[in-house]
Structures are given as C-alpha cells and as structure tokens.
Design a protein around this ligand. Structure first.
Ligand SMILES: [Zn+2]
Length: 466
C-alpha cells in the first residue's frame, strides 16, 4: 500500500454533486479533494482523464452463500467478491441464506470469521428471521449486538432452510425489530396467492417459461406489500421491501411513505432491463423471484426509479450452476430461482438510467452507493467521496460501449442473463480502501488484484465510526 495515492484528471460524481477534481488518498481514506494535485508528491498516481470517479458500489442483496459444506459451492465470498469488484461494487451486504441459515448470534460470528478468511469486498451481514420452527425473538437483539446490518424474512416459502413467516409471526417480529431500530427486509410475495398460481399452472399442465411469470403476477407482490406497510404503520418498524417488481407495490410504498410509514425499497436490473421476451428466450436461466415482467410493467416501474421512490438498486446475485438452470428447458419450474448479477449491477443500471433515460449522475450514485450506505449504517465512511470516507473509488468510462459476455465474468458461475446486451459505460478500475482491486487493462483473471480475506467485516454503525 503506497503512502499517498492521487487519482487525477477525472470527473468526481458523488451523491451531492459532480465536479472536476483530484482525489488524494492516505491510509485507505480520502485525505483531500483538490482542484489540482499535480504538484503534490505521491507514491502512486492513477490517471482518470476522461473517466467518471464514483464511490464504490454497494450491493445490499447478495447470496454468496457461505458457509457451504458442498464440495462444489455455488458461489462464495471470494469468487462473489471477484465478480463484485469487476463490476465496481466494493461493499456487499450478504443475505442470511447459507448452510446453516444465519439466525443466531453464534452462526453470525462464524460467518464473520468466514469474511476474515475469504472476503474480497468489504462485507456487512444480514440476520435471518424464520417462521416455523419459530425463532426465539430474543436472538434478534443478540444478532443486532453482533453487528447485523438488518433483518430478513420471506413472506412466501422459498426454501426449506428458510421458512417463511406468516402474518402473526411478521407482526411479532416487527414489534421486536421496531425496538431495535434497524431495517427489516421482506421478500414480499403473498404465500397463498403464490401457491394458488402454481396450482393453476399445474392444472393447465403449463411448464413453459411464461408459466413462471403467470404463476406469480405483480398482484402477488402488491398484496404482500400492502400487508407489510399496514403492519409497519401499526408497529413503527422500519421495513425495507426487497427486489420489488410491481409498479402497484411501488405506488403503495410511495403512498405509505407520504403518510409517514418508515419504509425503504429496492429493485434490481433484471426488473428494469429484461422483460418476458428474455424469459422466453432464456428459459430457466431467467427464472427468479419475483418473476421477470413484461415490458408494460417494466415501463411502469421505471418512473418510480426516476422519481427516487426506489431508494436503491441491488443485484439479488445467486450463483446457480448452468447445469441446474438447464433443467428449465423441459420444465421451467425445475430451474432454481435466482440469477447472477453482482458484476453487471452498475453497468446495466448506468446504461438503463443514465444513458437511456438521462438520469442525473448524482442520482445514479445515490441509488447505487449513498442510499444503500445510509440504510445499512455505513454512511459516510462508505457510499460517498468526501474527506475521511474510505477510498472506495470506481473509475467508469462513460463513452465505452461493450457487449456483455460470459467470458468477462469473474464470479464462480460463468453465465449471465444479460449476455449479448450492448451497454454504454464500463468499469475500468476499482479501488477498495485505496488499493486497486480490479484493473481492466490487465487480462482475464489477472484483472483481479485482491486476495481472499482482504475484505473487512462491517458492523452496522461502521459509517459513523472513526
Ligand atoms: Zn434474494
């Protein structure tokens, strides 16, 4: 690590503005932001001429899945982190799904040790709240004390290892979490409506890709989100609605927020830059929950992104093997639910928002870095470029057009539903706490310049520390 690093000649974009400046980095943090650092002595200089200099992306919804005793793991903190930094993401907030699911302080501590062994990005961790067998809610306080960034539950059954909560359990958990005061993230699809949709497809002998989308239409989300918002209003719990793919659900969120309900909300590039034509084309490789929507729904979701009802964009990255997704060819329901996306998160949202829809660059930074940092207790050490903040810097070439290919991927599973799409705007270099961890000028896997275990565990509240 050099004593002093200067990133010079770039255009700085932060949540608060955009300006031409040089960034001086010392001891892993931003030491100064100055109009011209040419005369300043430095141990390393990075030329950012013609590039945007952004705060590192923060992906608050990843499934890197550790611990995982499987000899052929789906992802992992090291490989997932490699994909992350290649896409300009320097911090992730990892979901509680793992083997076992993270629902106790003891499991949380084990996961924290795994971060110290294998993380490439800096990592905060979610804690899980499961339904039946019901969790001891006293454990939630212990998870928060251990540094959990937020809690997560499912309202619809997803996997046996993560049982959904019903409305009574949801109310009890919200009451407990309201006391703790940190966000409660919900996968908001209504369990009974989803089950009925699946039954409907089964009765009609539907196994084609569109049957997946039709089994869980946007209404399944809207009904669940409506319940979440109502109980949040009753309890005062801060709810965070995960990966919304329903314009009606977003309308309900905007309304609730206007009357004072404490709610934040996220969506993902697969609901903004893919549609049911992609689902038909890709079959199992595009199966995720909520389902990918038709273009009319996508067009109805975008206004809520552009008016910032949607607080943040995240990936919901899952590392399923191509072989497991192939099973969707014969029967869409045989393919597991989830898509890789941590490496394509920033570029797809930059292209969809800034390039195609003229989104303001500071808004892009708010939704990809500053808001996630604020919601998960990491701001202003993370999520912005300011004196004293960690020197997590992404150099993005705004003019470069490139085609997404499987070859380019650094995470473990070498496929992406965005393959073949042409994007404008490419991450060319990523610095994590002042260290270059990804350099696109190098070749293939050599572009990754960080060792497993070099990422830090971030407890909630890290943002205010130091
Ligand atoms: Zn997820």
């Amino acid at each position: 690590m050099p004593g002093r690093l200067v990133v010079e000649g770039g255009t700085i974009v932060t949540d608060y503005g955009r300006f031409r400046a040089d960034v001086v980095v010392e001891d892993e943090r931003v030491a100064a932001i100055t109009a011209d650092a040419r005369d300043l002595a430095a141990d390393e200089r990075v030329d950012a001429a013609g590039l945007l200099v952004l705060p590192g992306g923060i992906d608050v919804h990843t499934h890197f899945w550790e611990p995982d005793p499987d000899p052929d793991p789906k992802e992992g903190f090291a490989t997932g982190g490699a994909g992350a930094v290649a896409g300009g993401v320097t911090t992730v907030v990892e979901m509680p799904q793992a083997t076992p699911t993270t629902v106790t302080a003891e499991q949380f501590a084990a996961k924290r040790e795994q971060v110290a062994r294998s993380a490439i990005t800096d990592m905060a961790l979610w804690g899980g709240v499961i339904g039946t067998p019901a969790q001891d809610l006293a454990e939630l306080r212990a998870l928060a004390d251990a540094g959990a960034a937020a809690f997560k539950s499912f309202l619809a059954s997803s996997s046996r290892s993560f049982p959904a909560v019903d409305e009574a359990q949801l109310l009890a958990a919200m009451t407990a979490i309201a006391e703790i005061g940190i966000p409660y993230g919900l996968h908001a699809e209504h369990d009974a409506m989803l089950a009925a949709g699946l039954e409907r497809m089964k009765a009609a002998d539907r196994k084609d890709p569109l049957a997946h989308a039709e089994s869980r239409p946007p209404l399944v989300e809207a009904v669940a989100v409506n319940t979440v918002l109502y109980l949040a209003e009753l309890t005062g719990c801060w709810v965070h609605v995960c990966h919304v793919a329903s314009a009606e659900a977003l309308r309900l969120v905007a309304e609730a927020r206007a009357r004072g309900v404490r709610v934040t909300v996220e969506t993902c590039p697969q609901y903004l830059s893919l549609n049911t034509d992609d689902l038909v084309r890709l079959g199992g490789f595009a199966r995720c929950a909520p389902a990918i929507r038709d273009q009319a729904e996508v067009d109805a979701i975008w206004p809520y992104v552009l008016d910032e009802t949607v607080d943040l964009i995240c990936s919901d990255h899952c590392g399923f093997t191509a072989a497991s997704k192939e099973a969707g060819k014969e029967d869409i329901f045989a393919a597991p639910l989830g898509l890789p996306g941590v490496q394509t998160l920033l570029p797809t949202f930059y292209d969809g928002g800034v390039v195609q829809r003229g989104m303001d660059l500071s808004q892009f930074v708010r939704q990809i870095a500053a808001n996630p940092a604020q919601i998960f207790g990491l701001y202003p050490r993370k999520g912005t470029i300011a004196v004293g903040s960690d020197a997590d810097l992404v150099l993005l070439d705004p003019a470069r057009s490139w085609e997404v290919t499987d070859d380019d991927l650094l995470h473990r599973q070498k496929w992406t539903p965005f393959a073949g799409k042409t994007l404008t705007g490419r991450v060319v270099r990523t610095l994590r706490r002042g260290q270059t961890v990804f350099d696109d000028a190098l070749e293939g896997d050599a572009r990754l310049l960080a060792a497993p275990g070099s990422g830090l565990f971030l407890a909630r509240g890290y943002g205010e520390a130091g």
